[in-house]
Write a protein that binds this ligand. Structure first.
Ligand code: NAI
Length: 328
């Protein structure tokens, strides 16, 4: 069976998902696209052979759409996720699930009332080969009990309009899902700190910043986030255990030997680093939709859990960096 997919939002992520579906995922066809910016949708439709719907709601209702991808702006996820659930169509919603906790809770309740297993969240690290190997090594006890996790995440430049809070809900949110997933333990308390900010951002924007996460099993994780790092997209994670340490290493790159120096480049953004993760995530999602099987992706409940942690981090930010318990 071919799964006919409609993609809402044909910006960076939507266009990337469409290319990946067409090139790498068997049994998937992108039939309809929609974007608030019609010219963008038409350009992507022309390149992919899809049809353009008048808007996201029309796409969800379209009889030639079996399953939906929501890759539009964060602020649109709530309404589209609810509409997709009401239509009973399996949906892959990009992170975050919705901008507020109340909206996330409403979506989770609506999905449960509709019988569940409709919504999947785009926390693609769960499909990244390096992250899955890291989790397998932790689970196998290779380094003994985990004591600490140290992470650093750096982007080249932030989006216009970025705030200290949106750095948490948009960027750090990946760690808020991946750390409890890696450790198999939910985040129970958090703290947020910042020191000197880079001179390249408007006054008041806390960049870089440090988020501390304590999981229910007692492991302390530090996430050093810097979204205007300029030098390149750079993700580092070290898991320290009683007997040893596990670190993510850079994916294989081409080294340039020149003028008595050896160098490798940094990507401009996260897409090359997670190219395999996106393909594997899309492949697993389409296979589960085709089989009518439970989705192996992060769930709406996982999206809600990550958003609960994000709210606690922002509370700490607004209250002098104190430790804040995560609401359950
Ligand atoms: P983008 O700005 O490149 O594209 C967003 C598109 O949504 C734009 O073309 C815009 O016109 C469209 N749009 C806005 N309102 C709309 C509406 N009401 N209906 C239909 N289309 C609408 O942004 P990008 O980077 O592609 O991000 C899209 C989503 O993916 C965001 O929610 C973002 O947080 C998420 N994301 C996920 C990543 C991941 O690794 N899983 C990485 C980057 C983004």
């Amino acid at each position: 069976m071919t799964v006919r997919i409609g993609v809402i939002g044909t910006g960076n992520m939507g266009a990337d998902h469409i290319r990946n579906l067409q090139r790498f995922v068997a049994g998937a066809a992108v039939t309809v696209v929609a974007d608030y910016d019609r010219a963008t949708a038409e350009a992507v439709a022309a390149a992919s052979g899809a049809r353009v719907a008048s808007d996201g709601d029309a796409l969800i209702a379209d009889p030639e759409v079996d399953a939906v991808i929501i890759a539009s702006h964060d602020s649109t996820h709530y309404a589209y996720a609810l509409a997709a659930v009401a239509a009973g169509k399996p949906t892959l919603c990009e992170k975050p699930l919705a901008p507020t906790l109340a909206e996330c809770e409403e979506i989770v309740a609506a999905e449960a009332a509709a019988g569940g297993n409709l919504l999947s969240l785009g926390f693609m690290r769960r499909f990244d080969p390096a992250h899955t190997e890291l989790k397998a090594a932790i689970d196998a006890g290779v380094i003994g009990p985990v004591l600490r996790v140290t992470g650093a995440s750096r982007n080249v430049v932030s989006y216009p309009g970025t705030t200290s809070e949106s750095i948490i809900t948009n960027s750090v949110i990946h760690e808020l899902d991946s750390i409890p997933w890696l450790l198999g333990s939910p985040v129970s308390s958090v703290a947020w700190l910042a020191g000197r900010a880079t001179s390249t951002v408007p006054a008041g924007l806390a960049d870089p910043s440090l988020t501390l996460l304590r999981t229910a099993d007692g492991v302390l994780t530090s996430v050093d986030m810097y979204v205007n790092a300029e030098y390149g997209y750079d993700l580092r994670t070290e898991v320290l255990g009683e007997k040893g340490a596990l670190s993510l290493t850079d994916p294989a790159l081409v080294a340039v030997d020149l003028g008595r120096n050896r160098s490798t480049g940094y990507p401009l953004d996260w897409r090359p680093r997670f190219a395999d993760a996106y393909r594997l995530e899309l492949g697993a999602w389409v296979a589960s939709v085709a089989a009518g099987a439970p989705s192996p992706l992060a769930s709406a409940a996982d999206g809600l859990a990550a958003s609960r942690v994000a709210v606690a981090v922002i509370t700490s930010m607004h209250e002098g960096g104190r430790w804040v318990e995560v609401a359950r």
